[in-house]
Ligand binder design. Structure first.
Ligand code: A3P
Length: 285
């Protein structure tokens, strides 16, 4: 299904916004600064949610910035054609974003004190969210069905490649001081506690009233209504449906789409590929 994707180093990328030249420059030439904070995810794991939370922590809950500047300009994607330049031009402490697997991530990060927050999500929900998202945008080949997308996902033949490899690569960073791993599930279960955890990792103190504003302005409803975060600023030519990003925002939606046999087949592959990693890294049913 990736015929319309761009292949780089054996990994499919959406053809629009990505090019071999910028992917190479992101890895080799991007200069990470110690005060940078980078959101890293496999797509559909809650990237935009964390980006919005980080922006609101930065503005102490004041929604002016998140309501006036597109989310991709506030926290540019290092490896995209528009994001690379934008990130380079930013001054002061930068919020950045990336979907890159660790082996393609900027080399300069590994000798810097920049902070990465990696969000992981139940891969079955990533599949359902991904199926709807890639069906709704015109940047990459559209999946034909959840079944077909699931098969491609298991082969690593979806944008950004193998979820298993992506997670394995980044999880290997979990003992580092400048790395925080979060799950979409914990963000959903206790957003307040998770935002506090993020603030602690960033060394930021937020007052109770600021915390309430951060939670209010990064809620699913607030983001859905925020034109700067809900895809309203994306050119209509790229969209099949309006607002493909903030779809349902729930955990366990996979149960509405997977057959019992599909869920069992997925669990078998998950077990084969991830059994050696601690189960507590994967906090979902
Ligand atoms: P669903 O498609 O399951 O609804 P990403 O930002 O990595 O592309 O992930 C998109 C997923 O995160 C979508 O999942 C979207 O609804 C969900 N999401 C985005 N903002 C959210 C929020 N504030 N609260 C809960 N889920 C959110």
């Amino acid at each position: 299904m990736s015929d319309d994707n761009l292949w780089y180093e054996g990994i499919p990328f959406p053809r629009v916004f990505y090019s071999p030249e910028i992917l190479r420059k992101a890895r080799e030439e991007f200069v990470m600064k110690d005060e940078d904070v980078v959101t890293v995810t496999f797509p559909k794991s809650g990237t935009h949610w964390l980006m919005e939370i980080l922006c609101l922590i930065h503005s102490k809950g004041d929604p002016k910035w998140v309501q006036s500047v597109p989310i991709w300009d506030r926290s540019p994607w290092i490896e995209t054609d528009p994001g690379f330049e934008l990130a380079n031009k930013k001054e002061g402490p930068r919020l950045l974003t990336s979907h890159l697997p660790i082996h393609l991530f900027p080399k300069s990060f590994f000798s810097s004190k920049a902070k990465v927050i990696y969000v992981i999500r139940n891969p079955k929900d990533v599949i359902v969210s991904g199926y709807f998202y890639w069906s709704s945008v015109n940047f990459a080949k559209k999946p034909k069905s959840v079944k077909q997308f699931l098969e491609c996902f298991l082969e690593g033949n979806v944008p950004f490649g193998s979820w298993f490899d992506h997670v394995r690569g980044w999880v290997s960073m979990r003992e580092r001081e400048n790395f925080l791993m979060l799950s979409y599930e914990e963000l959903k279960r206790d957003t307040e506690k998770t935002v506090e955890k993020i603030c602690q990792f960033l060394g930021k103190k937020v007052e109770p009233e600021e915390l309430s504003l951060i939670l209010k302005n990064s809620s699913f409803q607030a983001m859905r209504e925020n034109k700067m975060s809900n895809f309203s600023v994306v050119d209509d030519a790229y969209l099949v449906h309006k607002n493909p990003l903030l779809r349902k925002g729930m955990t366990g939606d996979w149960k509405n789409y997977f057959t019992v046999a599909q869920a069992e087949a997925f669990d078998k592959v998950f077990q084969e590929k991830m059994a050696d990693l601690p189960r507590e890294l994967f906090p979902w049913e």
